[in-house]
Ligand binder design. Structure first.
Ligand SMILES: *[C@@H]1O[C@H](CO)[C@@H](O)[C@H](O)[C@H]1NC(C)=O
Ligand SMILES: *[C@@H]1O[C@H](CO)[C@@H](O)[C@H](O)[C@H]1NC(C)=O
Ligand SMILES: *[C@@H]1O[C@H](CO)[C@@H](O)[C@H](O)[C@H]1NC(C)=O
Ligand SMILES: *[C@@H]1O[C@H](CO)[C@@H](O)[C@H](O)[C@H]1NC(C)=O
Ligand SMILES: *[C@@H]1O[C@H](CO)[C@@H](O)[C@H](O)[C@H]1NC(C)=O
Ligand SMILES: *[C@@H]1O[C@H](CO)[C@@H](O)[C@H](O)[C@H]1NC(C)=O
Length: 473
């Protein structure tokens, strides 16, 4: 009985001693210890799914070998009946194979060998690297695009239809694999468009012998060429008429690629034949756009002045002003009564027209006062006026409204102000941008590391720019 009990005690004792020895060994730095090994301690940096062989060989034959990863026992040559963990295999020469490595295989590996010369331990390590798997996002003028690009393999592309020149701007692709700063590459998108023509003045008032300036402002990308036409025929440039260009934006920064140019047609000594319709036509390779300017000697449209004087119930004093380079011969005043409440446009009476002779004036400004008599009391009227000189009738003034004395139920507009021009044939200001609908295709590609490429950086290639994603080792 006693020897048997002792045998069990001795076994436990031996085990404890071995653990103690293990704990005390400073294997790799222990010269004597390491000299017994043929294999060298190694840290293997590897990628997911690879197979790693950790060597363990002595200068002398060994009796048994066993392997641990950190605190976990893996294999023991004395116990081949105990199945090793998945993917782990012990070779007869003592090497440990870890197949199809996963991130959890990262750790320190201890090889213990027992031979005639004793018990030795060598430490190795495996570090499983994560291949860069970039998450790619896109920004447009600083705004992150909600939609992610489509990806085909390692290529990421973002396809957008360009509908407006306002879409020009900075496009950035950002790639992140969770290691370090995200990589950014950018490209500046210039949307080319049909020239846009703006007129500071669509009617230019002049007189014979004067110097006239017709002006049109053209925005375009690429730059537009501008030609002037008069009654449909090209303007002959020379001593009589000359054209001039001034660049409005001297801002040549990257995001200001649009040409903004003021074009001026100067007519030095206006003749009768110079009057009429001009066209400023701007062309670039995307398209052409034009705008017309009228050069005229007619009077400017009249403007009603607010008359603060007290008004009677059946008459109303009107004051208007205009400017004409040639003497004004007469005015035409149009007025009509309008419903005082419940404005229903259909039941309008016809305009009554009055011809009013013009008063001589010292300058170019004509201020005319005229009193309308025989009006309905407590009623609303609307009125418009135009003037004529030797070149013809001016355009209509704005229509203004006034009320005659007495209680008048006003509709929701003020009297005798320049509000509510009724002739609103809502000018269809064509703001639509008609530049070529273009499709930008930006794509990026990730070159996954080849066997030799490991340890180098993976490269993200983005049509114009290059993104580098670094794998940190
Ligand atoms: C490893 O294999 C798994 C399963 O086949 C796969 O999903 C993963 O992409 C592989 N990893 C690498 C880095 O190739
Ligand atoms: C151990 O055996 C394996 C499998 O045969 C072999 O690939 C490896 O090179 C051997 N290692 C040494 C150190 O001889
Ligand atoms: C140039 O353009 C940029 C962007 O439109 C603007 O921020 C900057 O103020 C401009 N510089 C000048 C000198 O106009
Ligand atoms: C217009 O007048 C009618 C009858 O006078 C009245 O019933 C209706 O409410 C008025 N409508 C408005 C918008 O004032
Ligand atoms: C208004 O003018 C139109 C056309 O000028 C005419 O046919 C119509 O009879 C006129 N209405 C009134 C009420 O005078
Ligand atoms: C009158 O005009 C004002 C300003 O346009 C508007 O806010 C208000 O709703 C109008 N009132 C009525 C009764 O239409």
């Amino acid at each position: 009985m006693l020897p048997k009990k002792c045998a069990i005690d001795c076994w436990i004792f031996v085990g404890l001693v071995l653990e103690l020895v293990h704990g005390k060994l400073d294997f790799n730095n222990d010269l004597e210890n390491s000299q017994k090994f043929q294999s060298i301690p190694t840290t293997v940096k590897t990628f997911e799914n690879d197979t790693v062989l950790l060597p363990c060989s002595l200068n002398t034959p060994f009796r048994y070998v066993r392997w641990h990863r950190d605190d976990v026992a893996l294999v023991d040559s004395r116990h081949p009946e105990i199945l090793p963990p998945d993917r782990i295999m012990l070779w007869p020469n003592g090497s440990l194979q870890v197949a199809n490595v996963q991130s959890e295989d990262t750790g320190d590996y201890y090889c213990e060998m027992n031979s005639d010369s004793g018990h030795v331990v060598q430490q190795h390590a495996i570090e499983v690297q994560l291949a860069p798997r970039p998450v790619i996002s896109w920004r447009w003028n600083g705004h992150t695009l909600g939609l992610q690009g489509s990806s085909t393999g390692n290529r990421q592309s973002h396809v957008t239809e360009i509908k407006s020149r306002s879409q020009s701007g900075l496009i950035e692709c950002l790639a992140s694999n969770g290691v370090g700063e995200q990589a950014v590459a950018s490209v500046y998108l210039h949307v080319l468009f049909t020239p846009e023509v703006n007129l500071p003045q669509s009617v230019v008032y002049t007189k014979l012998g004067a110097r006239a300036h017709l002006e049109c402002i053209v925005e375009a990308a690429p730059a537009a060429t501008v030609k002037w036409f008069h009654h449909g025929l090209p303007v002959a440039l020379g001593t009589h008429s000359s054209s001039h260009e001034t660049e409005l934006q001297s801002n040549r920064s990257l995001d200001h690629y649009v040409n903004d140019v003021r074009h001026l047609l100067v007519i030095k000594n206006v003749r009768n034949a110079d009057m009429g319709q001009y066209e400023c036509r701007a062309t670039n390779r995307i398209g052409a756009r034009s705008a017309s300017i009228e050069l005229t000697g007619r009077p400017m449209p009249c403007i009603f002045k607010i008359n603060p004087g007290t008004q009677s119930s059946t008459s109303h004093v009107l004051v208007w002003q205009t400017e004409s380079l040639m003497p004004i011969m007469e005015f035409k005043l149009k007025f009509r009564q309008i419903p005082s409440n419940n404005v229903t446009r259909q039941i309008r009476t016809n305009w009554t027209e009055l011809t009013i002779p013009a008063q001589a004036t010292n300058g170019l400004i004509y201020i005319t006062t005229y009193t309308l008599h025989g009006l309905q009391p407590a009623s609303l009227y609307e009125v418009s006026v135009l003037g004529r000189n030797s070149f013809g009738w001016s355009d209509n003034s704005k229509i203004v409204r006034f009320a005659t004395g007495g209680e008048v139920e006003l509709p929701n507009y003020s009297t005798e102000s320049e509000l509510l021009n009724d002739v609103t044939e809502e000018e269809d200001i064509q703001n639509e941008i008609t530049q070529r609908s273009d499709t930008l295709r930006a794509s990026m590609m990730f070159n996954s590391g080849s066997a030799e490429g490991r340890g180098l950086s993976g490269a993200l290639i983005y049509s114009i720019c290059l993104i580098l994603v670094f794998k940190y080792q």
